[in-house]
Design a protein. Structure first.
Ligand code: ACO
Length: 428
């Protein structure tokens, strides 16, 4: 008998089966042959939230959650955060290799010269109320981009896919900055192609009267944060991009689904939720009572815990370092003290130790964004800017994978068997 196989005995029938094991997985479809009789549909797995199901093969990002390892295309996140630019990382994720000088220059130039958006998009933005959540605006406007670029439907053409990726990389920062200005009632600041990717974005958000004094330390800190967020294998938003993209819709629509998933407080919205939580705690003396509430199940310690990391999130470690560089420039965020104390107490508490709950990427990022001058409801937008290259790389990998089919999970039906319609007069 081959070693790379799994023997199964179905105790209902006494029959035995041998299933192949490849890459540490069995094919769920191989279970279908296990039936009680010809009428039986066949065995399925039940795995809500895909907790133990690989839904695709991917060569992009590697995570070892127990050892706190994160690599993009084999390169450790620590080295990329230290040495690479965000656009270099975006190229790496999408192409698979670090660019040489000429390749990087072309990639940067292509992205730089697509930063403008059609002015009709501004009318679209103006339709949002003054207090519209920036993520609600972003997901709506990015979805609307699909109507501006109907050519994006040609997803099987590699040159066309490249163009749409460039458009998303370049126009989403412009739209994100417009959302920021909209919330403040400020006039939109148009892109400046003489600035770097990060410099241009910062200028579009903070420039007043055409003036903004760039701060190189803060811009590099923002760049590192974007690098740390650039991809994270099959998380909720990336799975959404893949699932929606598997219907062969254009990438603007698929990415807009990713933005919607990221908006949620259990995913990208957690950085905003952390700040709300720190405000609620208000003072270090209130931390023990807050922790007790969490342990009783009355709320969660936001920015803690992760589906994959069961040790310290390597991104959180790097972000903590960045925080100190930023606070040197901006002055200490007073909430940092509460966050540090919260972390210290939680990491010594049996409840968190037993469940392997450590700070995740969102625990400190919000404090940095706030110190930079971004409002709480804007934090997840910054996450979305960072995650864009990952969504695009995963979208294309999904399209090119010969195993890809339209995403369509099965269900265990728990409802009524057939029953006859009851006329209104006879209903209780
Ligand atoms: N605070 C308190 N308890 C927690 C927390 C937390 N942050 N996270 C998990 N737990 C507890 C759960 O109550 C559960 O306890 P139980 O076994 O007694 O029922 C146990 O730990 C396991 O939790 P699950 O919810 O099953 O873990 P799951 O993998 O489904 O959830 C998640 C992961 C959603 C990230 C969760 O840890 C959480 O809600 N964290 C807070 C929100 C957050 O920070 N999200 C950002 C994630 S990172 C990102 O998206 C970029």
């Amino acid at each position: 008998m081959s070693k790379d196989s799994l023997s199964i005995i179905d105790n209902r029938t006494g029959k035995s089966y041998e299933l192949a094991i490849n890459d540490g997985t069995i094919k769920a479809l191989d279970l279908r042959q296990i039936r009680t009789d010809d009428e039986d549909f066949g065995l399925m797995t039940y795995d809500p939230a895909f907790v133990n199901t690989a839904a695709c093969k991917s060569a992009i990002t590697y995570i070892d959650g127990d050892r706190g390892i994160l690599r993009y295309r084999g390169y450790p996140i620590e080295q990329l955060a230290d040495k690479a630019s965000f656009l270099e990382v975006a190229y790496l994720l999408n192409v698979g290799e670090l660019p040489n000088r000429a390749q990087l220059d072309k990639w940067v130039s292509d992205i730089t010269y697509h930063t403008y958006v059609h002015t009709n998009l501004i009318k679209f933005l103006e339709g949002f109320r003054y207090d519209a959540h920036p993520m609600g605006m972003l997901l709506g406007v990015v979805g609307a981009l699909s109507t501006f670029y109907p050519d994006a439907k040609d997803i099987h053409n590699p040159a066309n896919r490249y163009l749409q990726k460039v458009r998303l990389m370049s126009k989403v920062p412009t739209i994100a900055a417009f959302c920021f200005r909209h919330s403040r009632g400020l006039p939109y600041e148009f892109p400046r192609n003489d600035l770097s990717y990060i410099g241009n974005f910062v200028n579009m958000t903070f420039s007043i009267g055409g003036r903004h004094e760039p701060n190189a330390v803060l811009q590099r800190a923002l760049e590192i944060l974007l690098i740390l967020h650039a991809d994270h294998e099959q998380n909720c938003s990336t799975s959404s991009v893949r699932a929606v993209g598997s219907s062969h819709v254009d990438p603007f629509s698929a990415v807009s689904a990713g933005i919607a998933a990221l908006y949620g407080p259990l995913h990208g919205g957690a950085n905003e939720a952390v700040l709300v939580m720190l405000d609620e705690i208000g003072d270090k003396k209130n931390i023990p009572a807050f922790i007790e509430k969490v342990k009783k199940g009355e709320g969660r310690l936001m920015g803690f815990g992760h589906r994959v990391y069961k040790s310290y999130d390597p991104r959180a470690k790097l972000i903590k370092q960045v925080a100190y560089d930023v606070f040197e420039q901006t002055g200490l965020n007073p909430k940092l003290e509460i966050a540090l104390e919260l972390e210290r107490i939680a990491l010594e508490d049996e409840y968190f130790i037993k469940r392997k709950l450590y700070p995740n990427v969102d625990f400190y990022s919000g404090l940095i964004y706030q110190a930079m001058g971004y409002p709480t409801d804007y934090f997840t937008i910054l996450f979305a800017l960072g995650r864009m290259p990952g969504w695009l790389a995963q979208w294309e990998e999904m399209l090119l994978d010969p195993d890809t089919k339209i995403a369509r999970p099965r269900q265990v039906f728990t409802g009524y068997d057939q029953r006859d319609f009851v006329p209104m007069a006879m209903r209780g």
